[in-house]
Write a protein that binds this ligand. Structure first.
Ligand code: SF4
Length: 83
């Protein structure tokens, strides 16, 4: 039975990043040719309820704050749990 691998959707070429772009990674994309694995693309930021495009965010201590100064920690926690 093929191994299931959770993979960041943007690395497979899906435009789910904050700016609506993708970040395709050739090594990750090559895994699509491997019959022994099944890739499951997910975007935790989207799963947490954030839109695409969205305001960029980064960690600030134990919180996640976007560039507009909004606390989006709850969305990131939800996205992590969903993933
Ligand atoms: S959260 Fe979404 S956009 Fe960010 S690295 Fe993961 S898949 Fe890519």
């Amino acid at each position: 039975m093929p191994e299931k691998i959770l993979v960041s959707a943007c690395l497979l070429g899906i435009g789910c990043r904050y700016d609506g772009k993708e970040k395709e990674n050739p090594r990750v994309k090559k895994l699509l040719e491997n019959p022994d694995v099944v890739l499951i693309p997910v975007c935790p930021e989207q799963l947490g309820g954030l839109s695409t495009p969205r305001t960029a965010s980064e960690r600030s201590g134990d919180r996640v704050i976007n560039q507009a100064g909004e606390d989006v920690t709850v969305q990131y926690q939800k996205g992590a749990e969903q993933a």
